[in-house]
Design a protein around this ligand. Structure first.
Ligand code: ADP
Ligand code: F6P
Length: 318
């Protein structure tokens, strides 16, 4: 391939810019041309794309968000729209596409490949919920943002002897809640993958109180229930709480060194895959090694929570 495209899609994540930079620089290093496609799949349909030069991706490695912008484009699920997008790419002479995004964006990449246009997925999502890779780009930064918030909330929880509920992102995956709950020393962590018993949780909070514990931190993933719903449930059981919803603060900010390095390695690897004229591949990291694997594998198995870590979090928060 001599000409490729790159787009960012779905929920943005810190490190997407570092991935775009790596795609552009690696491709140009190997005498390829790169088109930046704006607004995710919407830009593909609209032909909203332009060639990117080395300087276009300068000074972005440290920036959160995505300079290519992102969008949710529901019509991209339609076959006719996907074919239209392929026509746009072909009209520019583009032969392969790097899609940086989450699970939904990967479905779009797979659809393009199945229609004859080679696309490669780079995992960009704070949720860490892409099967086949140990980590996704943005997860580490989001963890650090959340832990910083938990530490601050803990200070005031301690001063006022309060129980705080901290609602974090994660519609289907509990990775953010589990990792930050463990790192922030939370007494209770609620994740979508495990059905928790509120009564058991109440008993645990009461046991802690009886032992003289005056404050408590509960981390709940949004996919379980909202912080205020949980507050109402606990209120019915006589437990008074305060709620803090961290929201989109978790998606922004300068990427950590780990996310920048991960994004650089994965973006470059995506170009290597396209250089071999391969499409339908997902880029991942396993045991510190960057790998590529069949995009279909992402949808064949469920994302699993780290059970050992979950058990540990229970053991450490008795
Ligand atoms: P994420 O990629 O972060 O999971 P979404 O689930 O919103 O975010 O997906 C991002 C975009 O990917 C959607 O707006 C749509 O354009 C595209 N997409 C999602 N699901 C499909 C699908 N089944 N087929 C084709 N494209 C899809
Ligand atoms: O997929 C990433 C994510 O941040 C989820 O954790 C969250 O539920 C969702 O995006 C929110 O998306 P939006 O900002 O588009 O509503």
């Amino acid at each position: 391939m001599k000409k490729i495209g790159v787009l960012t899609s779905g929920g943005d994540s810190p490190g997407m810019n570092a991935a775009v930079r790596a795609v552009v620089r690696k491709a140009i290093y190997h005498d390829m041309e790169v088109y930046g496609i704006y607004q995710g799949y919407q830009g593909l349909i609209d032909g909203n794309m332009k060639p990117l030069e080395l300087g276009d991706v300068g000074d972005i490695i440290q920036r959160g968000g995505t300079v290519l912008h992102s969008a949710r484009c529901l019509s991209f699920k339609e076959d006719a729209v996907q074919l239209e997008a392929i026509e746009q790419l072909k009209a520019k002479g583009i032969e392969g596409l790097v899609v940086v995004g989450g699970d939904g964006s990967y479905r779009g990449a797979l659809a393009l490949t199945e229609k004859g246009f080679p696309a490669v997925g780079v995992p960009g999502t704070i949720d860490n919920d892409i099967r086949g890779t140990d980590y996704t780009i943005g997860f580490d930064t989001a963890l650090n943002t959340v832990v910083e918030a938990i530490d601050k909330i803990r200070d005031t929880a301690t001063s006022h002897d309060r129980t705080f509920i901290i609602e974090v992102m994660g519609r289907d995956a509990g990775d953010i809640a589990l990792w930050t709950g463990l790192a922030g020393g939370a007494e209770t962590i609620l994740v979508p993958e495990v059905k928790d018993d509120i009564d058991e949780m109440v008993r645990r909070l009461q046991r802690g109180k009886a032992r003289g514990k005056k404050h408590s931190i509960i981390v709940v993933a949004e996919g379980v229930m909202s912080g205020t719903d949980l507050q109402n449930k606990l209120n019915e059981k006589g437990i008074d709480t305060h709620v803090s919803v961290l929201g989109h603060i978790q998606r922004g900010g300068s990427p950590t060194a780990r996310d920048r390095v991960l994004a650089s390695m994965m973006g470059a690897h995506a170009v290597e895959v396209l250089m071999q004229d391969m499409g339908g591949r997902a880029i991942g990291i396993r045991n510190q090694v960057v790998v590529d694997y069949d995009l279909k594998e992402v949808f064949e198995t469920e994302h699993h929570l780290n059970q050992a870590m979950y058990t540990l979090s229970k053991e450490l928060s008795i």
